[in-house]
Design a protein around this ligand. Structure first.
Ligand SMILES: *Cc1c(COP(=O)(O)O)cnc(C)c1O
Length: 465
């Protein structure tokens, strides 16, 4: 180190000195001495590096005030939660990576209420005796699906695992080769089957499976028959699948339960909101399926959960499986789920109250209005380096629901000369206090505004760019 450099180094304030400054003392109280000292050290280390790189030019950033400001900024940054709200402008309404369903306000309020204090989670308020956490959901689920009994676990993957382990441990389950699905994130029917202790018997072919294939596979070791909803793909062309009704007759003939993994599942006929038809849980049960499982946070629009509805004797066995204890829902989720299920008691209000349904059913005209409101502001903010065009686009449902359906929507397509800059732009949008997630497509950064409802907050973010 040269003498000049050594002299410059004496300009760097000491850790102790910074820790005694009033604005830093306040932070010690807020974040603790260790975290604050650590932040001061980090800032001072980088100050030393700056002197090495810039020499005298770095001196203005060495004052006590400048260092203290950096320390406060660093502490604030480090205290930011990792999991936070984002704007999902990807055009995929139920985006697994972005948390799937946005919860209804009623669900949020219910979660906060039980989180704040003690609750009757497992306490029967009539008798004062020990209650069952399923009791908050079961009657509602039965009413909404026509099932005899119901229970709920952490997610649908857990529901499938639990049902198979309960009904088919060390036994065989025939499943059509056309239904051996893989959902993202390593959920594969053959693997789940194995972990559940059940032996998968593959029947039929990829495109065609007949009732006879099921009948031929039934033997002494058969535990149940199973259907799986091919959520995230479709088999088209020369195809044949056996529907629940036919399969149910066969299962009854052999006194075997019939189970169905409905995947997304829904409680209402979506066609009333102008959406394509998806089998509902009640239709599936009415077809004679004995146990149906589906997700809470896909088309239902609730919290992450796996719902299991069906025949009383089977559900009772499922509830008694010790695995259930390892998969049970916590009180906050139960509160949210109960609130969402209550909304389904009045289907006429669903579009208003359940964001998932509202966003899926949102009209092109309404989205166009939002796009037209936002476009000029974004264009001004981004200036002449970028073009901001209004273009028609297609949104999708996501989360493996209705995989080939597309909904007409409107987007802002931000274009530049070179692709490299586009990526920088996407990075910048993601770095906002409330990150904005879009997609790069056809040489543009695309923001599909189907899911943009809080326009004011969005414009505030844009101003931060
Ligand atoms: C999504 C899906 C699952 C997994 O459900 P999660 O709630 O994500 O655990 C299982 N089966 C099918 C058919 C699905 O579509």
């Amino acid at each position: 180190m040269s003498r000049a450099e050594t002299n410059l180094h004496t300009a760097v304030p000491s850790v102790d000195r910074i820790l005694r400054l009033a604005e830093v003392v306040v932070k010690i109280e807020e974040y603790g001495r260790d975290a604050t000292t650590d932040a001061v050290r980090t800032v001072i280390d980088s100050a030393r590096l700056r002197i090495r790189d810039l020499g005298e030019k770095a001196l203005p950033t060495m004052t006590n005030e400048a260092v203290a400001d950096d320390v406060v900024r660093l502490l604030t940054e480090r205290a930011m939660p990792s999991l936070k709200r984002v704007f999902n402008l990807t055009g995929t309404v139920l985006h697994t990576n972005l948390g799937r369903a946005v919860l209804p306000e009623e669900a949020v309020e219910a979660m906060v209420a039980v989180a704040r204090g003690a609750s009757n989670l497992e306490c029967d308020l009539n008798t004062g005796k020990r209650g069952d956490r399923d009791s908050h959901l079961e009657a509602l689920l039965c009413k909404l699906t026509g099932a005899e009994a119901a229970t709920a676990v952490n997610n649908n993957a857990a529901a499938v695992l639990l049902v198979l382990n309960t009904l088919a441990n060390r036994k065989e389950v025939p499943v059509s080769r056309g239904e051996l699905i893989e959902i993202g994130g390593a959920f594969r029917i053959p693997d789940i089957m194995k972990r559940a202790g059940a032996k998968l018997v593959e029947i039929g072919t990829t495109n065609r499976t007949h009732l006879k294939d099921y009948a031929d596979a039934i033997g002494k070791r058969t535990a149940c028959l199973m259907k799986v909803h091919t959520s995230n793909y479709t088999v088209q062309g020369f195809t044949k699948e056996v529907n629940g009704k036919e399969l149910s007759s066969l299962a009854q003939e052999h006194e075997l339960p019939l189970i169905e993994d409905l995947g997304s599942g829904t409680l209402v006929d979506l066609t009333r909101y102008g959406l394509p038809h998806e089998p509902t849980a009640s239709e599936t049960l009415a077809n004679g399926v004995d146990v149906v499982t589906f997700s809470g946070d896909k088309l239902l629009g609730g919290p992450q959960a796996g719902l299991i509805v069906g025949r009383g004797d089977l559900i009772s066995k499922i509830k008694k499986n010790p695995m259930k204890r390892a998969m049970r829902l916590d009180k906050v989720t139960i509160a949210a789920l109960e609130a969402v299920l209550r909304l389904y008691l009045n289907p006429d209000r669903l579009v208003k109250r359940v964001p998932t349904i509202r966003l899926l059913a949102r009209s092109e005209e309404e989205i166009k209005k939002v796009v037209e409101q936002v476009q000029p502001k974004l264009a001004v903010k981004l200036g002449s380096d970028y073009s901001v065009k209004i273009i028609a686009c297609q949104s999708q449902v996501g989360s493996g629901s209705l995989p080939v359906e597309r909904m007409a929507s409107w987007a802002l397509a931000i274009g530049t000369g070179s692709g490299g800059k586009l990526k920088n732009l996407a990075d910048e949008f993601r770095a906002l206090p409330i990150p904005v997630i879009g997609r790069i497509q056809d040489n543009a950064f695309m923001l599909d505004l189907r899911c943009l409802e809080d326009v004011d907050e969005f414009l505030k973010q844009i101003n931060e760019l």
